[in-house]
Design a protein around this ligand. Structure first.
Ligand code: 5GP
Length: 205
């Protein structure tokens, strides 16, 4: 494709929906997308790395970033702060790159209101029981945090109507096909094409 405008893709999902694996595959396969690494006050899990999965900072640092207006959106999720750095998103988009954000519904709602653009995608597992099973199999969280995440999952599911697309992750390959179709279709929108002549071959003189 010759004409390419960077787009913002915002993905939300309750814990255990398989969102991270789906997003990672999209990032591997589509070289025009950059992932915006969030900031959080949550403790890193054993397999997470600072600067790859998140920027892990303390509450004081996070609150000072809020005061300095560094976040395009931020929220308290499962008792920790999470936020997206404004400059990161702006720089990628200015470069013509797509940006992928993995954020909770409170953050997605803020962005839609503030920006008025973006593609909003909600991913979920086929049932609450399945979410619970996947969360338990992950064994990354202690019991009380898992309960909190499941309670929040029930609340987050009610917000699916605020998104443009919903993907039911029952089978990974099928769910990925849906995600990648949304990505492709969003780049075929005529509204993003400034000039048909830029898109088509010039007529021979
Ligand atoms: P986790 O602790 O499982 O990595 O993430 C918990 C929740 O925080 C997920 O719903 C994830 O999408 C959300 N999250 C991650 N980064 C951000 C962010 O920058 N902003 C907001 N609002 N939510 C985020």
């Amino acid at each position: 494709m010759k004409v390419w405008k960077g787009k913002l893709f915002v993905v939300s999902a309750p814990s255990g929906a398989g969102k991270t694996s789906l997003c990672n595959r999209l990032l591997e396969e589509e070289e025009r997308i950059s992932y915006s690494i969030s900031y959080t006050t949550r403790q890193p899990r054993h397999d997470e790395e600072h600067g790859r999965d998140y920027f892990f900072i303390n509450v004081e640092e996070f609150e000072s970033m809020i005061e300095d207006g560094e976040f395009i959106e931020w929220a308290k999720v499962h008792n920790n702060y999470y936020g997206t750095r404004k400059k990161t998103v702006e720089e990628y988009l200015a470069d013509g790159r797509d940006v992928l954000l993995d954020i909770d519904p409170q953050g997605a709602r803020q962005l839609r209101k503030k920006l008025g653009y973006g593609v909003y995608i909600f991913i979920t597992a086929p049932s609450i029981a399945e979410l619970e099973k996947r969360l338990r199999n992950r064994r990354t969280e202690p019991e009380e945090i898992m309960k909190l995440r499941l309670d929040n999952a029930r609340k987050e599911l009610k917000l699916f109507g605020e998104y443009d697309y919903i993907i039911l992750n029952q089978d990974f390959d099928e769910a990925y096909r849906c995600l990648s179709s949304v990505y492709l279709a969003e780049h075929l929108k005529t509204i993003d094409i400034n000039s048909i002549h830029d898109l088509m071959e010039k007529e021979e003189q």
